[in-house]
Design a protein around this ligand. Sequence first.
Ligand code: ADP
Ligand code: ZN
Ligand code: ZN
Length: 725
Amino acid sequence: MGSHNILQIAVSVPLPTLFDYLAPVGAADVTEGTRVLVPFGKRKMTGVVMGKADHSEISPDRLQTVIEVLDQGVPLLDEQLTGLLRWCWKYYKHAPGEVVASALPPALRTARGKVPAPALNYSLTDAGRERLQQPAGRTPAQHRMLEAMAAGALGDEALATVGGQWRKTLARITEQGWVKAHPTPPAQPQIAPGPVLIPDQESAVNAILDQFGRFGGHLLDGVTGSGKTEVYMRLLEPVLSAGRQALILVPEIGLTPQLIRRFRSRLGLNPAVIHSGLSAGERLEAWAEARSGRAALVIGTRSALFTPLPRLGLIILDEEHDASFKQQDGFRYSARDVAVKRAAALDIPIVLGSATPSLESLSNAIAGKYTWHRLRERATNAPMPAWRVLDLKQQSTMHGLSSIALDAISETLKRDEQVMVFLNRRGYAPVLMCRQCGWHGGCERCDANLTWHRSIGRLCCHHCGSQRAVPRLCPECQADALTGAGEGTQQLEETLEQRFPKFPVLRFDRDRISRKGVMDQQLEQVRGGEPCLLVGTQMLAKGHHFPGVTLVVIVNIDQALYSADYRALERMGQMIQQVAGRAGRMKRRGTVILQTHFPDHEALELLLNQGYETYARWLLQERQLAGLPPAGFQALLRAEAHDREVAERFLNDAIQSFPAGETRAYGPVPAIMERVGGRSRMYLVIQGDSRVALHRQLDQWLPGLRKLQSARKVRWAIDVDPQEL
Ligand code: ADP
Ligand code: ZN
Ligand code: ZN
């Protein structure tokens, strides 16, 4: 047998290996990153060649042969990407086939999918020019087309304007040798001048440009409106002008038409846009443009990270703290962390921008692993909003709104200004607390807060797994005042409509704006500037600027203050800061009203009086004391089943076999949102101070888990660097 005729292939099945096949007889050397069709069980499946060997564990008579090589010529994924994907499946302990499949546009995950041919341009040959000298004769359409090309090469779009059956006409004149086709050259940027940079912007730009041409992590830590996007533009200019490509990743919600317009008009080229809302065809086209090198600028959400970019020179991640950069099912990767890996492998800079950096990035900046660029002034001189904390213990409320907040709303609307009412419905653990004295459940065995599982009437600790029944009266003050934080906000929209019948109430939440056009239509109405009420969830805190909004009311944050999820305070701080940043951007100073039962909470005082950075440093210290990320390292073993006992049995078996070492396993613990879609979700927490030890122990442990009897009845997965409990 010749050497290297065993191909190691990633096939999209949930198994932790590559699969060995024989290269097809007579096929030229099949390169890594090429798609192939292989027999798999009784089916044929598409796979990607991820390695080669001259020896297989499988006996030669049982090895099967590749049926067909699907991409002839250039492999679909270049060496740099296959290397990145290999790192991903090792680090995230996920099935290689699924990791590789997720890097392909959906249209290429089946054998039928083909990479579209590159767009072509057509220009006149000498023979064509001669033909043009002669009269049109009986082929006027051909003559018109040749005439159109006389001034320079044209693409399909321009040729279509010749009209008639232009494709046939084009084919004829090509046959005649009058025109020749060549690939469309990459778009050249046409840079429009931007504003004069303010000093903070200028020093950030200069410092980053100074380190161009090699790897460097840059944290662009700038308050909302400080001109981070303008800094991105200045960094993109030299990259694009030098003929390199750039990748910009934004949160799911942040990819607005306004943002794309802004890049287009400043840089003078059409970004290739990649996100999950596109049709398979659109997505494939954008992907192919990027891979061919013709698209100089690619903007997309999380999954765009794996786009092949042969001349990549810069990666930018905007709103780097945003939770949507973490994939929460299947291949659970952090697009932020993998993007940093990609930049390091390519030896190019990566810029992480945020008004409220994640504790992970902040601690990297503090440790000097990232260069830290601070923008502390607003570029437009718009003043930062004033805060007002309302103590709900001393207020009567109406479906969650205090009378003081209602009065403030009324006055604002009367002044012809806009109001934003922010609900914090999603993402936090339900907490039981006492309205009278502020008691909330804490774990007696460890320091964690307890989560209220209403369906089973229990308070659970998400760290050590201990539980107790829900008390009827407050254990501290005996008052009959126990209440779930975050309750009573459902009717808020109706309350507002009844109270302010003359003003439109625009709702922004996932259900409503997932309908096409609704978001844009509502945004248009807000931008029109007429007084109105915006009511919404997290989504309102991202990406958009609402210059007419001068009052923001944050209805409920108490859940976050005592959440079992140790990230809740980080997210709360980011959310409050981001929401406040949306308001009063132009002329008037905005006001932010924050309603809480706990106005004296240390976290609130720090955040509001000292600002996000001090607040975040305090949170980091707390995490350090508890050995939690980013100070420590975590993974979760997640399991779900129809019956809670089944999931629990598997996790109990699993924890028995956890190998000894620095890293410890805790649990089983019910997930904060325990029941989803009729299934019970539980997990083990794997935690320790060393990333290396964590990974070593996981790698020792996982193969055995697959063999457990109790593993057959559950869905289970490993979540490395989890973001949600
Ligand atoms: P961020 O991305 O930090 O929220 P933007 O880049 O969107 O901030 O800038 C906020 C506003 O300030 C935008 O309207 C932008 O055009 C304007 N802006 C940014 N930089 C400058 C500058 N140097 N001079 C004047 N206006 C600026
Ligand atoms: Zn009490
Ligand atoms: Zn506990």
